[in-house]
Design a protein around this ligand. Structure first.
Ligand code: 5BU
Length: 250
């Protein structure tokens, strides 16, 4: 897409969904485009990290099914921290089934995702109607393109996923590793300042690269923060690098 890079203020005007508005408002007020992916096993560890880094992020991304002691109390405590520190909760569920099953996975089971998540990820593999089941309140982020080596999300897949995403009023943006039309927010994982890959197919880029080449809106950082000796210090570093890269490239 040969579109000019828009500022967050300009992007805000294009948003119709309360969650996409909220995300951009948080970004502007805290001067951060960082989403921390806290992929750790223990709920206590996630709460401690959330408290330490909450001032520097727009959202915490979780994989609820990694957590060994997931509970209603954990959700209650995390929501409390999110309210105090002003960030959103993003469940990276990557739904990928028929609408009826996705609806049950979204509302039921152990995690009751619809009770607490502000945003969820979903594949578009099952087609447009499968996305309707999430309703209008949650911000749906579709997977248009993955960060891993050999992913099947080629140009053809990506453009079809973007077409569907653009039509759906509950889809606020996509996960991708390249430019999107300006009405969709771009979320980019696979961001790390020191590593270029892991041993399991992940590929990393720097914040500068994803802002200059992809015009991303939000960087998603996992191990770069939660595995660091000092996660708070690293969250500040990614926040600053991400904001600097945004200002340089808008
Ligand atoms: P990392 O530790 O920074 O590699 O974590 C990246 C996170 O983003 C992790 O939770 C992945 O599941 C997630 N992710 C990704 O890395 N690449 C993708 O294409 C998608 C999600 Br979609």
């Amino acid at each position: 897409f040969s579109v000019p890079r828009l500022t967050y203020e300009e992007k805000l005007k294009l948003q119709n969904h309360p969650i996409s508005k909220k995300l951009i408002e948080i970004a502007l007020s805290k001067k951060t485009n960082l989403i921390a992916s806290l992929d750790t096993y223990k709920s206590e560890e996630i709460l401690k990290l959330a408290d330490q880094i909450g001032d520097f992020i727009v959202a915490i991304k979780l994989h609820a099914d990694i957590i060994t002691d997931f509970s209603e109390n954990f959700v209650y405590e995390l929501k409390k921290i999110a309210a105090i520190k002003n960030f959103l909760l993003f469940e990276d569920r990557k739904f990928g089934d028929i609408g009826n099953t996705q609806q049950m996975q979204f509302n039921g089971g152990v995690y009751k995702i619809s009770d607490w998540a502000d945003l969820v990820t979903s594949h578009v593999i099952a087609g447009e109607e499968s996305l309707q089941v999430f309703g209008e309140e949650i911000g749906v982020v579709t997977i248009a393109e993955m960060s891993s080596k050999g992913t099947l999300t080629d140009e053809n897949y990506k453009s079809k996923a973007i077409n569907i995403s653009s039509k759906m009023s509950n889809v606020i943006g996509c996960v991708a590793q390249s430019k999107l039309p300006p009405s969709l927010l771009l979320f980019t994982p696979g961001v790390n300042l020191t590593e270029s890959e892991d041993s399991k197919g992940q590929q990393f880029n720097t914040p500068e690269k994803v802002f200059s080449d992809y015009h991303t809106d939000f960087i998603i950082v996992g191990r770069g923060i939660y595995r660091a000796k000092n996660p708070e210090q690293e969250a500040i570093r990614y926040k600053e690098e991400g904001w600097k890269a945004y200002l340089k490239n808008c």
